[in-house]
Design a protein around this ligand. Structure first.
Ligand code: BG6
Length: 493
C-alpha cells in the first residue's frame, strides 16, 4: 500500500507559546507540510497566542520567517504558503491574568462545532493557569483537546501537581501529553516489527535475548537552552521520557489492540516492573557525565560550563548511562543498557537487541568466530533495520564464518523523506487518537522510577564524570557495560 493522505476535520488550533522556539522550529513547519499535502481542510484556523503585542500581519510575517528558516526552500511552494499563512491569526493573551481571553473567545466563537485544540508550547509553570483560563473563559467545548509539551514536571510531586491542576478542568480523554519520540516513524515501526511479523515474538525473551541497548546520542550541546537544561539534566530531559518510552515499546507484552488504552496499559506494566535504582545500588548501575571542551567533526566546541548563560559551576549531567532491569517473567535477568548524551561524536539513536550465543557450536574451531545475532533498529539518522546473521564466507579455504547484516534501509526502500514526528502527532490530536500520547499514570510511574535515582545522586553528592566533547562519554560508561562482559554496539558498516 502506498501512503495516502486522509484529510482531517476542520479545526481551530490555538498555540500558546505561538512566538516561541518550538512553534517556530517544529509546530508551524509541521502544520505547513500537512497543509501542503492537502491534509488540512477549510476553514481550519491556527491561532498563535502569546503575551507579545503583535497583530495578525506581524504574526504572519513572523511565521513566514520561521518557515523560511526551518523548511527547505524546495518545499516552500508559493501557493501553499499563501494558503497556510491565510489560516493564521494571533491573539495576545496573558495566561496569568484575564487579559486577552475574551478576544480569543470572540475569535473562535464561530467554530463551536469544530475540533478545538489548545497546544501548550509554554513553560510548564503556565499549564495550570492556562487550563484554568480556558475553563474560566468558557473555551472548553466537547471537542476540545489540550496538548501538553514536556517537561511534565521535574519530579513526581511536580508532575502530580500539573496533572491534578489540568484534571480539574479537563478529562483524561482530552489531555494529550506529547513525547515526540512516539511520533517518529521508526519508533512506530518497532511496533510493526514486533507485532506484524511472526519471526520475532518467539525469540523476544530472556531465553533468547542476552541484553538490550538503547542509545540516543546527540552532537549538539545545550545551545540556547542552558537555563532550562541546567535545571533539568539528561536524566530528566531524555531518560525519564523518551528513552523509557522506547524501553517500554521493546519490553511490553503485545497489546490486545492497537488502541490507546491497550497500548498504554502494556507500557505502564513495564514501567511498574522496572527494578528500583536507589542509594543502595546507584553507583553500580548508573553513570553521569558532563562534557568538557573538545572537537566534533574536526570543529572545536566549548565545554558545558562555557555554554551556560553565566558560566558558573554546575553539577548537571549532560550524559547518562545506566543499566535497567524489567522484572517480569519475559525479561528476568536481561539488562537494558541505556545511554544518552550531548556533544557525542555522532547523532545516532538506535535500539540493539543482542541475542544469545547458539547453545552449541558444531563447527569445531571455526565455530570460535560465531557471533550471536543482533537486531539493530536505527531510529535516526539513516532510519532502518539491520539483522546481523552469521554466514559462511564464500569460496575455498575451509569453513569460515562472517557476520553480515540483512539491511533494510528506509531511504532506499521507500524513497522520499520521513515526515517529522510532530506532523503525525498534530494530526493525531485533531483526529482524537491518543495512542501515541502518554497517560497520566505512565508519566507518574516514570517519575516514580526516576526520582530515587535523582535523590541518590544528590545525596551521594558526586560530581558528574567529565568527558571530552566528541567522545562517547566518560570511561566509566564503558566500564558499566564491560564489567558485565559486554560492549556498546558499534556499527561496523
Ligand atoms: C528533547 C530534549 O525532548 O529532545 C532535547 O529536550 C533533545 O534536549 C531532543 O535534544 C532530541 O530530539 P530529537 O528528535 O532531535 O532526537
Amino acid at each position: 500500500m502506498t501512503s495516502r493522505i486522509v484529510a482531517v476535520d476542520p479545526f481551530d488550533l490555538v498555540v500558546f507559546g505561538g512566538t516561541g522556539d518550538l512553534a517556530h522550529r517544529k509546530l508551524f513547519p509541521s502544520l505547513y507540510r500537512r497543509d501542503r499535502d492537502g491534509q488540512l481542510t477549510d476553514p481550519s484556523r491556527i491561532i498563535g497566542v502569546s503575551r507579545s503585542d503583535l497583530d495578525r500581519k506581524a504574526f504572519r510575517a513572523d511565521v513566514k520567517k520561521a518557515l523560511e528558516a526551518f523548511v527547505p526552500a524546495e518545499e516552500l511552494d508559493k501557493t501553499c504558503l499563501a494558503r497556510f499563512l491565510d489560516r493564521l491569526h494571533f491573539v495576545s493573551v496573558d495566561a496569568k491574568s484575564d487579559e486577552g481571553w475574551d478576544d480569543l473567545k470572540a475569535l473562535i466563537a464561530d467554530g463551536l462545532d469544530r475540533v478545538r485544540a489548545f497546544y501548550l508550547a509554554t513553560s510548564p509553570d503556565l499549564f495550570d493557569a492556562i487550563a484554568h483560563g480556558l475553563s474560566k473563559h468558557a473555551l472548553i467545548t466537547p471537542k476540545t483537546r489540550v496538548v501538553l509539551e514536556k517537561p511534565l514536571g521535574r519530579d513526581l510531586a511536580s508532575a502530580q501537581e500539573i496533572n491534578s491542576a489540568v484534571a480539574d478542568v479537563l478529562t483524561e480523554g482530552q489531555i494529550y501529553r506529547i513525547d515526540h519520540y512516539l511520533g517518529k516513524e521508526t519508533v512506530q515501526n518497532l511496533m510493526a516489527l514486533r507485532f506484524a511479523n511472526v519471526l520475532f515474538e518467539p525469540v523476544w525473551d530472556s531465553a533468547h535475548v542476552d541484553h538490550v541497548q538503547i542509545t540516543v546520542a546527540e552532537t549538539v550541546g545545550v545551545e540556547g537552552r542552558g537555563g532550562y537544561y541546567d535545571r533539568s539534566g539528561a536524566l530528566r530531559d531524555m531518560i525519564q521520557n523518551h528513552m523509557l518510552q522506547l524501553l517500554c515499546l521493546v519490553a511490553m507484552e503485545p497489546p490486545s489492540a492497537m488502541e490507546a488504552d491497550s497500548l498504554r496499559d502494556e507500557k505502564l506494566k513495564v514501567l511498574r516492573a522496572l527494578k528500583p535504582i536507589d542509594e543502595s545500588n546507584v553507583r553500580g548501575l548508573t553513570v553521569r557525565g558532563q562534557y568538557r571542551q573538545g572537537a566534533i567533526g574536526g570543529k572545536s566546541v566549548p565545554g558545558y560550563l562555557d555554554e551556560l548563560p553565566d558560566a558558573a559551576t554546575s553539577e548537571t549531567e549532560t550524559f547518562v548511562a545506566l543499566k535497567a532491569e524489567v522484572r517480569t517473567w519475559r525479561w528476568a535477568g536481561v539488562p537494558f543498557y541505556l545511554r544518552t548524551g550531548k556533544r557525542l561524536p555522532s547523532r545516532v539513536s538506535e535500539i540493539v537487541i543482542q541475542f544469545r550465543h547458539v547453545p552449541l557450536s558444531i563447527f569445531g574451531s571455526a565455530g570460535d568466530f560465531l557471533a550471536p545475532n543482533r537486531l539493530v533498529i536505527r531510529l535516526q539518522p539513516d532510519e532502518g533495520v539491520k539483522l546481523y546473521l552469521m554466514i559462511k564466507d564464500p569460496g575455498p579455504g575451509g569453513l569460515r564464518f562472517r557476520e553480515v547484516p540483512l539491511n533494510l534501509s528506509f531511504a532506499e526502500t521507500f524513497k522520499g523523506p520521513n515526515p517529522d514526528a510532530y506532523e503525525r502527532l498534530l494530526m493525531d490530536v485533531i483526529r482524537g487518537n491518543q495512542a501515541l500520547f502518554m497517560r497520566r499514570d505512565e508519566v507518574e510511574s516514570a517519575w516514580m522510577w526516576a526520582d530515587p535515582i535523582l535523590e541518590a545522586w544528590s545525596r551521594l553528592g558526586r560530581a558528574p564524570d567529565p568527558y571530552t566533547a566528541g567522545t562517547w562519554g566518560p570511561s566509566t560508561a564503558v566500564a558499566l557495560i564491560e564489567r558485565d562482559g559486554r560492549t556498546w554496539h558499534e556499527d561496523p558498516a
